[in-house]
Write a protein that binds this ligand. Structure first.
Ligand code: NSS
Length: 430
């Protein structure tokens, strides 16, 4: 039996047993009002002195915030209760009486304080709503891909090779040698496409991000689909369908959590294919017209992405970035080899990049050349070159950052609240 069952009205006038934690307590005359959280919701439970007797009433009186308990009682419809239902308690067992000094009992705390107590802060209704939405986003990603006949093939965490640039690598000793924590599972899903056609990996990825920004973690979760025979254009179409599906499913399943967050969902309801597309060159022109002193060839930072994103109601693709600023594996545009067949998807409402994707180089010679130009250690990539020796095909894929998507969908100011235990340059505790 759960709070959810009670709030759905199935247990009215029935005797129930609830197990949970005490959120708040107040008393008025001979009645104690307990707000109980059980993981499925919160519910008011009342303890009447003249009904339960002195002993249970005393026990209730001593309860501290976050004490864990079991209670038995009868479900009542009561208009005065916050959710229209309450449990009239008959019996109550304390599992653990929480220490008096629960650190998060005050209403207002600074963010550093809350992050130090993250292991307790996740119990708050706002944090729980965000993490529920996160779970739904992950489920939607997986459901979408599974329904589209993708096979999940997990990529390793310990790797010998750089994917997204040497600057953000985490190195770790590995039995007298060294290994890197993966920056992306992409190279490995490029291998499994030859066995399964359409595949994805989903797991944690690591980047030694030295910048303190509201959208960078050092450990984040990425879903990375990779598709044999997919052109650059096919890749974009899949992305817009997948992102629209994620938003639709999350709105459908987690409407209560959006209410907790006071998230205006109107902008999210507009997210459906097709999304607009602008080239990197067009983006630079827009930025220059908006007063930015940015030149063709420079990378887009958050303020740039924000400006672009605010010009569109739906997510927008920025495509064909300068090849020399992008990763070694990207296919050059046959029309203009200065740019790569890649695109970043910018979320609306000022959020910026949530996906990075591209068509991959499938020609052995060109890939060898790029590995050399990028100064990458050829030996670590021999296996990757084999994929171009034995049945190479045009292929494309992308990586969607779960925390970036959740930040946008929940309309948060900072990415740190979108993962149970965030890791940043300045935080590895708790
Ligand atoms: O660097 S990406 O743009 N692209 C890749 O890693 C490709 N190898 C993916 C692929 O094609 N299979 O990162 C992809 C996404 C990016 O759009 C963000 O949403 C997210 O990963 N990302 C991050 N999220 C949080 N924190 C950090 N530091 C971060 N870096 C990337």
């Amino acid at each position: 039996m759960s709070v959810r069952d009670i709030l759905e009205g199935r247990l009215t006038e029935k005797e129930v047993e609830l197990r949970g934690w005490l959120v708040t307590k107040r008393s008025s005359g001979g009645v104690q009002f307990l707000m109980i959280r059980d993981g499925t919701g919160r519910l008011q439970c009342t303890v009447h002195k003249d009904e339960v007797g002195e002993k249970i009433f005393q026990k209730t009186d001593k309860l501290t915030q976050e004490s864990s308990l079991t209670l038995k009682g009868i479900v009542k419809v009561d208009k005065r209760a916050p959710d229209g239902y309450e449990v009239k308690v008959r019996d109550l067992q304390v599992i653990q009486l929480a220490a008096q000094d629960y650190p998060l009992s005050k209403k207002e705390h600074g963010i550093d304080f809350l992050m130090d107590w993250r292991h307790l802060w996740i119990r708050s209704s706002r944090q729980a709503a965000i993490l529920k939405i996160r779970a739904e986003v992950i489920k939607a990603c997986r459901d979408f891909l599974d329904e589209e006949d993708f096979t999940l093939t997990d990529s390793p965490i310990f790797t010998p090779s750089i994917v997204e640039g040497a600057a953000t690598l985490f190195e770790t000793p590995y039995f007298g040698d060294k290994a890197f924590l993966t920056q992306s599972g992409q190279l490995y899903v490029e291998a499994t496409i030859a066995a399964f056609g359409k595949v994805y990996c989903f797991g944690p990825t690591f980047r030694a991000e030295r910048s303190k920004t509201p959208r960078h973690l050092t450990e984040f979760w990425m879903v990375e689909p990779e598709m044999a025979f997919f052109s650059f254009e096919d890749n974009l179409r899949l992305q817009e369908e997948m992102v629209s599906y994620i938003v639709k499913k999350t709105l459908e399943k987690r409407s209560k959590d959006f209410e907790v967050l006071k998230r205006d969902i109107k902008p999210l309801k507009k997210v459906e294919p097709p999304f607009d597309r602008i080239s990197y060159t067009e983006a630079i022109e827009i930025l220059q017209k908006n007063g930015y002193s940015i030149e063709w060839g420079e990378d887009l930072g958050l303020p740039h992405e924000r400006t672009i994103s605010l010009k569109f109601e739906k997510p927008v693709f920025v495509h064909r970035y300068p090849a020399r600023t992008r990763a070694f594996y990207m296919q050059p545009d046959p029309v203009d080899s200065k740019v790569a067949l890649c695109a970043d998807l910018m979320a609306p409402e000022g959020y910026g990049e949530i996906i990075g994707g591209s068509e991959r180089i499938h020609d052995l010679k060109l890939l060898e050349q790029r590995i050399e130009e990028f100064g990458l250690p050829r030996k670590a990539y021999e296996w990757y070159l084999d994929l171009r020796r034995y049945g190479s095909v045009p292929h494309s894929g992308f990586g969607l950052g779960i925390e970036r998507v959740v930040t946008w969908i929940c309309k948060l100011k900072h990415i740190r609240e979108t993962i149970p235990f965030p890791r940043t340059m300045t935080r590895i505790y708790p």
